[in-house]
Design a protein around this ligand. Structure first.
Ligand code: F6R
Length: 625
């Protein structure tokens, strides 16, 4: 949510910053802006800024015009940029970042919760505000400290003084026209990483911002300030006391953050799913045992668990719903799956023997992070399932299992979702193993079945052309319903979510058995209904119940699009359109059945002329509650 970049070095900053913004745009695309501190800023006393509402292309168009009129305007080797996902104030040019006051410019990700009080205080001093944003208080505050009081004329001291007044969640970058070569940045509960190059230093909301220049990065902790120059960085706390950073080496390359010949990242990421599942499994079965990554929980801790809560949002939540079936089946532990945004506000019953599994691709989602904090306050053990090394959620958890999907740039989750589902199975098997509810050979057999899944996911990708044809046919529909039972139910929810968020089409997922309790009233002639069939080789009763559900909706005129296992004769008989997927163990079927639905949503969105990677009103990681 909001992408932030910063650069101090020896190259022209504008090019570095704009290129970095391209890679950050998935985090927000309501507006974009840049600031450069160079000779022009020194002359005018004002940082050189350009910003525009809308996607990055609007900003780059404006920059071309600016540079054509005045080629030296953006000269300088210190710069920063921002892509916005609006929270306070409409996405207009005026509300776009950077925000400027006096010689300062600021970019911000997060929410400054006490902005109204600070604004009133500054207005009482005669400060005039120009925007409707919470961010502007940060720049007006730092300017206020720079012109008066004990910090007057001191860039860094003014920034510290301003930061100490702010409440909420924020990543902030400050530059000043009279202080080229330095950026002061801070983070509290939102992400910021430092990239360390040769004579140049970078800042980014994530490492994609600078991956083309350096693989050496430094992770910042909670409530830390970093001051960067071309020569390096200094990390402190908000009081200015030096703090250690956590250096790490980025283990994926530029190619992973590029489209690789696809029109959209999402299409590339759908194709990367076999590898995402395979890599997530890698190294987790050693010496005949399931092993997690950073298992700071002992086997005894796992044996003591008497209840599992899964907390997550959106697609990650759907992956948790799948996990519930596996965890309860394998471990006989009660498992509840909660939307993270609801969890902490309803006073859940937690204790030392509760295991909370927090699932998050980004590891930054504010709702999930707050759920983790709440769980830990209540002394529960927290295991994070996360796709981003060193992100806040794994940092604040007792144990971590990383999904190894690689960077996911498309806003709609695809490969990260499949990787989450896979990792959740590992969590279930680890619990079953520690608690002895499965014999070692049973755990090994489940794991071998899981290992066979990437090849089957690869096969499902072959449903692409059929899903594309269907998408073109149904692109004009007003509503599409999705039905499933058992693990097919979360798949139905996920299919509907994908369609809503990408194609802006009304879509609902239902547990097929619930249909007759209300939703069946929605069925009318020709209404497309996508049905996720359970395996006919699994529990026969499930399969036959769903066949009955298909008959019920067909009798009322629905057009049935059925996703069924190869050889499922009953499904074939009742399907207006049949999409076949390979046979797999029932619990693992979501890894297959979800894939055609992802392709379908992406294709409907394209047929309707929408940007698949950047659906309206959304951002990749949601760092505000
Ligand atoms: C939907 C989607 C979102 C995320 C949700 C949680 O396609 O991507 O619903 O799943 O915002 O994000 P993470 O996993 O980063 O916590």
């Amino acid at each position: 949510m909001c992408g932030i970049v910063g650069y101090v070095g020896h190259r022209p900053a504008l090019g570095v910053v704009v290129e970095a913004l391209r890679r950050m745009e998935y985090r927000g695309y309501d507006s974009a802006g840049v600031a450069v501190v160079g000779p022009r800023a020194a002359q005018t006393g004002v940082v050189t800024v350009e910003k525009r509402a809308g996607k990055l292309a609007n900003l780059t168009g404006a920059l071309q015009v600016d540079i054509a009129a005045d080629p030296d305007r953006f000269a300088g080797t210190t710069g920063m940029g921002h892509t916005r996902w609006a929270t306070h104030g409409r996405p207009t040019d005026r509300n776009a970042h950077p925000h400027v006051a006096g010689g300062f410019a600021v970019v911000h990700n997060g929410i400054i919760e006490n902005y109204a009080a600070l604004r009133a205080e500054l207005e009482a001093y005669g400060v005039e505000f120009e925007s409707d944003t919470d961010t502007e208080v940060a720049v007006q505050l730092v300017q206020h400290h720079y012109v008066a009081g004990s910090t007057a004329g001191d860039f860094e001291a003014s920034a510290y003084a301003a930061l100490r007044r702010l409440d909420g969640a924020f990543t902030l970058l400050f530059v000043h026209a009279a202080h080229p070569g330095t950026i002061v940045a801070a983070r509290r509960s939102t992400p910021l990483v430092v990239g360390v190059g040769d004579g140049e230093t970078f800042l980014g909301s994530d490492v994609a911002a600078f991956i083309e220049h350096t693989r050496d990065a430094v992770e910042l902790g909670q409530d830390q300030v970093v001051i960067i120059t071309a020569g390096g960085y200094l990390i402190t706390d908000f009081a200015g006391e030096p703090q250690p950073g956590t250096p790490f080496r980025i283990d994926w390359d530029l190619e992973a953050a590029e489209k690789g010949g696809h029109d959209y990242f999402m299409l590339k990421e759908i194709e990367e799913q076999p590898a995402a599942v395979e890599n997530t499994l890698l190294g987790h079965f050693e010496g005949g045992r399931i092993v997690l990554d950073e298992q700071r929980l002992s086997d005894q801790d796992l044996r003591d668990v008497d209840k599992v809560f899964i907390v997550a949002c959106g697609s990650a939540y759907h992956s948790g719903l799948v996990a519930k079936y596996a965890i309860e089946h394998w471990t006989r532990l009660p498992c509840e799956v909660e939307l993270a945004s609801e969890f902490r506000y309803r006073d859940p019953v937690l204790g030392r023997s509760t295991l909370v599994v927090a699932i998050s691709q980004s590891g930054e989602t504010a709702d999930t992070l707050e759920a983790v904090r709440h769980a830990r306050e209540q002394k529960a053990r927290v295991l994070a399932v996360c796709n981003t090394n060193g992100a806040q959620i794994p940092r604040e958890s007792d144990a971590v299992l990383y999904t190894r999907a690689g960077p996911e740039i498309g806003v709609a989750s695809t490969k990260a979702f499949l990787a989450q589902v896979t990792a959740n199975y590992l969590v279930g098997l680890a619990l079953a193993q520690a608690r002895g509810t499965k014999y070692p050979d049973e755990v090994a057999r489940e794991y071998r079945d899981l290992e066979a899944m990437p090849a089957l996911v690869e096969k499902v990708l072959a449903t692409g052309p059929a899903m594309r044809d269907l998408a073109r046919e149904l692109a004009g529909a007003d509503t599409i319903l999705f039905l499933g039972r058992h693990v097919g139910y979360p798949v139905a929810l996920e299919g509907a979510l994908k369609l809503k968020e990408l194609a802006y089409m009304h879509a609902e997922g239902f547990a097929a058995g619930e249909l007759k309790h209300g939703p069946i009233a929605l069925i009318e002639d020709g209404l497309p209904v996508i049905v996720v069939m359970p395996s006919p080789r699994g529990r026969a009763v499930l399969h036959s119940k769903l066949v009955s559900n298909i008959r019920e909706i067909q009798a009322r005129g629905a057009r049935t699009i059925v996703i069924a296992e190869e050889g499922d004769e009953a499904a074939a008989t009742h399907a207006d359109n049949l999409i076949q997927i390979p046979a797999a163990p029932t619990l693992f079927q979501p890894l297959l059945a979800t894939v055609p639905l992802q392709i379908f949503a992406a294709e409907v969105a394209q047929a309707r002329g929408y940007d698949v990677d950047k659906p309206r009103n959304l951002a990749k990681s949601v760092t505000v509650e």
